[in-house]
Design a binder for this molecule. Structure first.
Ligand SMILES: Cc1cc2nc3c(=O)[nH]c(=O)nc-3n(C[C@H](O)[C@H](O)[C@H](O)COP(=O)(O)OP(=O)(O)OC[C@H]3O[C@@H](n4cnc5c(N)ncnc54)[C@H](O)[C@@H]3O)c2cc1C
Length: 509
């Protein structure tokens, strides 16, 4: 066995997944992150007794964590605890009426009947149709897309399943009511895509949720990131937190190591970047090493939206409100709002929000008698030219006022802690190009082979795990990208793949 010295830049979920797997192959792995805690977008803020998950809160496909622990002969249950949620989401329309997005399709169909009885049959057919979408396209989420021929090979299936079009137009074929169409098609928003132009292969997320449930990690998603880091350290991995990589060192287009911001150099045979792909290529590789057209390529890709996320704790509980654990609050002008954000790069006057109320499930993450929330508002990325330093506080006030007027009475006088992040945070703290919250936007022309590859096409021994590469954003996807990277490294070195004990079953309607 050829033991290699490997540096993984970034302790986001993609970086943790790659690092744990490469360690299990027997390599000498060092994981480096500029922040003081792991998780990346899943960083957990702790303020005056409140814990706030910075980003991912909807945890699906728990078998992906099982696989990581199994590689070390361990069980995830000994490290963190998942609680299944049902409904998965409570989705509010502009009148404040809500749809409980339940796991059981029969119960979900009753929710459809509340809004549009004539759509019940169509809704069932819609959900059933996503089984085929899952079966056809899920296997590609765990394989690299390094050849154009692989891309061509899936096109006939996309044609047959009618998934070349957008998620919204796919839903439109099955249901008539506009709100139910939104309920059926919002999933691309979870991974940085506009439902009106993200291909409906992303409908496979619906089956991920239905098949394996939507979960909450007790103590917050931060407890999963901490558990993965603990596993990595127990298995002999080296960790350097609060350490920023400045440059990836190259010689003859081959990786030689990394140079830290401190000036120190670390030798490495292989580097895996879990940092943003565009940022890595544009800012962490010396200009003289980069192919001439590389910057142009990244400048011309489309990037996902950004976000303003406000974390706030209240000195009273809101259990008497109509809110559930995961709340999606859709405005009247949904399509126009998304067009403003994704296409016109303009801050809309109205709001569509996701409101997280984890203390409904787990009061332990706030002081007694208090509630912990985060509210997320979609905003354009930095190309919009908005001065967030100037308008950030006012924007947050507007969002909180909306919540006070519609969902959380007397909110502002009850808030005891508050913190917010905006596109500048994504850019400066998380090193994301253009401050995009989900890196490169998922679209037909930026999926599969057409997304930046997991193995660099330009530099030997440079790999990518994370949202900007294949298969894309979202915790399960970036964990899969770590698996793809470790399999590519194994292949390159002639090491047999370690197969998971539990192959993913084919779904049956
Ligand atoms: C607010 C929000 C809510 C979300 N909700 C969900 C959800 O509910 N469910 C879901 O599945 N997904 C969700 N997502 C998407 C999901 O969180 C991300 O796609 C995923 O976590 C990205 O992981 P990653 O592996 O790409 O790494 P990232 O999380 O981007 O982490 C990259 C890490 O690299 C480090 N880094 C970067 N550059 C350097 C450098 N030069 N030197 C050292 N370290 C560096 C950063 O500090 C960071 O820790 C959400 C995203 C956001 C922003």
């Amino acid at each position: 066995m050829t033991k290699k010295k490997i540096t993984v830049i970034g302790a986001g979920f993609g970086g943790l997944s790659a690092a744990i797997r490469l360690l299990a192959q027997g390599h000498d792995v060092t994981l480096i992150d500029k922040r003081d805690k792991p998780g990346g977008r899943g960083y957990q803020y702790e303020i005056d007794g409140f814990k706030f998950d910075g980003g991912p809160t909807v945890i699906t496909a728990p078998y992906m964590f099982d696989e990581l622990f199994e590689l070390a002969g361990k069980r995830k249950e000994d490290y963190f605890d998942l609680i299944e949620l049902n409904p998965f989401y409570r989705i509010f329309n502009e009148k404040g009426e809500y749809f409980n997005y339940l796991r059981d399709p029969n119960q979900a169909a009753q929710e459809v009947a509340k809004f549009s009885p004539s759509d019940v049959v169509g809704y069932r057919k819609f959900v059933d149709s996503t089984v085929e979408v899952f079966n056809k396209f899920h296997p590609y989420t765990e394989k690299p897309f390094l050849k154009f021929s692989e891309m061509l090979a899936i096109l006939p299936d996309m044609w047959k399943t009618g998934t070349l079009g957008s998620m919204y137009s796919y839903a439109k074929k099955y249901v008539k009511d506009d709100f139910i169409r939104k309920v059926c098609s919002f999933h691309p928003l979870l991974v940085g895509g506009n439902p009106f132009d993200t291909p409906s292969i992303f409908g496979l997320i619906i089956q991920f949720e239905k098949q394996w449930g939507v979960h909450y990690a007790r103590g917050g998603t931060g407890s999963i990131a901490q558990a993965l880091l603990k596993l990595f350290i127990e298995e002999g991995g080296k960790v350097m937190m609060e350490t920023e990589v400045d440059q990836i060192l190259l010689h003859n287009k081959t990786v030689k190591g990394v140079q830290l911001k401190s000036g120190d150099r670390l030798d490495a045979d292989i580097v895996v970047s879990n940092g943003d792909v565009a940022f890595t290529y544009k800012h962490m590789i010396a200009k003289k090493e980069r192919p001439r057209l590389l910057d142009l390529y990244f400048d011309n890709l489309q990037y996902s939206n950004s976000l303003v996320v406000i974390y706030f704790g209240t000195k009273r509980r809101y259990l008497d409100s109509k809110l559930d654990h995961h709340n999606i609050i859709l405005g009247d002008r949904y399509r126009g709002l998304l067009k403003d954000i994704f296409n016109k790069k303009k801050l809309p006057d109205d709001l569509s929000l996701y409101l997280h109320m984890p203390t409904k499930t787990d009061p332990s993450i706030a002081p007694e008698g208090c509630e912990s929330f985060y509210v997320l508002s979609l905003v354009p990325h930095l190309d919009a030219g908005i001065n967030w330093e100037e308008i950030g506080d006012r924007y947050c006030d507007r969002v909180l006022q909306f919540l006070e007027d519609n969902y959380l009475p007397n909110l502002k006088e009850n808030i005891v802690v508050k913190h917010h992040i905006d596109p500048v945070h994504f850019n400066k703290t998380l090193n994301s190009y253009k401050g995009a919250a989900f890196s490169i936007k998922p679209s037909l022309t930026q999926t599969g082979w057409m997304r930046p590859h997991n193995r660099s096409r330009f530099f030997k021994n440079l790999y990518f795990a994370g949202a900007g590469t294949h298969p894309g954003a979202g915790v399960p996807a970036v964990i899969a990208s770590g698996k793809i990277v470790s399999n590519l490294v194994a292949e390159e070195l002639g090491i047999p793949h370690r197969k998971a004990k539990m192959p993913i079953p084919e779904l049956i309607t």
